[in-house]
Design a protein around this ligand. Structure first.
Ligand code: PBG
Length: 293
């Protein structure tokens, strides 16, 4: 289950573009984490929504030892030690331009970005993160992050690589949820994948496995079931698939307008499973139980 955290206290703020999904201030996280525990959801993915005052071109807030992610990690790991936590390694919630890395001459600079991502991943591991999840799509970051985690005593911290992440229109509501939507100039095609490409997915996965990824992510989900299948058939590695914000909001709006029944949610999740996904990230995770009943 992805969870959005925000600053402030006593706040549970609905996200307009994602009906049924909220941003929680850290002191209110228990409201959603109690559900996670009750429904035995094995892992949560936490994403920060920070004020624009804290954003800058380098995304330095990502390395602040007292940032929202660090605060959330400490609380979750203390109060809910059995809930796994994965954290995005990427700069987009923190940059004033909404990109995942460092902009140099109007392009994301791969190697300068990796230098910061290594520090971000290490900080998350230090704070108790179980699975660091680079979702930035820079080349070569998995090996470098693995090396630095090992060197610093975090051999047990897993790496979930967003190995196959397409430059997709389906991320729209998420960018709204982390507050990067209005800031983003141009698009992310300089580092995310072209949705017309299939074999590139296999190349990306094989590189990341060689560099030390424990799990690979494919994203978005439903429009890319063929990719899930083909990664599953070609590699012996756990494959996770992400039912992203746009997929969620489409389903949600159609259900709310009575165009389709909520059984469509289960149908879509079973499709992931049929394609070969070993695990699914879904904004519906905390409500599937009710739908099944
Ligand atoms: C950014 C990131 C994105 C998502 C997860 N991490 C958006 C993007 O690449 O712009 C999308 C998730 C969703 O749409 O639900 N590193």
């Amino acid at each position: 289950l992805p969870i959005f955290v925000r600053e402030g206290s006593k706040i549970i703020e609905p996200i307009k573009s994602m009906p049924g999904v909220n941003r929680y201030s850290v002191d209110k996280l228990s409201v959603i984490l109690d559900k996670v525990k009750k429904y035995k959801i094995p892992m949560v993915a936490i994403f920060p929504y920070i004020s624009s005052k804290k954003k800058n071109i380098y995304g330095t807030e990502a390395l602040n030892r007292d940032n929202l992610i660090c605060k959330s990690l400490k609380i979750i790991k203390k109060k809910y030690p059995n809930i796994g936590v994965m954290c995005d390694v990427a700069l987009d919630p923190y940059t004033s331009h909404g990109h995942d890395g460092i902009l140099i001459d109007n392009k994301i600079d791969n190697d300068e970005t990796i230098k910061i991502l290594i520090k971000q991943a290490l900080l998350q591991a230090e704070m108790g993160c179980d699975v660091v999840a680079p979702s930035d799509m820079m080349d070569g970051r998995i090996g470098k992050i693995r090396k630095s985690l090992d060197k610093n005593g975090y051999q047990m911290t897993q790496i979930l690589s967003y190995a196959v992440k397409y430059a997709s229109s389906f991320y729209g509501p998420f960018r709204d949820a982390v507050g990067s939507k209005g800031l983003l100039k141009n698009n992310k095609k300089n580092y995310q994948m072209d949705f017309k490409n299939k074999d590139e997915a296999l190349r990306e996965v094989s590189l990341d496995i060689k560099e030390g990824a424990d799990i690979v992510m494919i994203k978005p989900g439903l429009p890319y079931l063929d990719i899930i299948r083909s990664v599953k058939e070609n590699f012996k590695i756990p494959v996770m698939a992400y039912q992203v914000s746009g997929e969620y909001s489409l389903l949600c709006n159609a259900i709310n307008k009575d165009l389709i029944t909520k059984n469509a949610v289960i149908e879509s999740l079973i499709a992931f499973k049929r394609a070969g996904a070993n695990a699914i990230v879904s904004y519906y995770a905390d409500r599937i139980d009710k739908i099944l009943k």
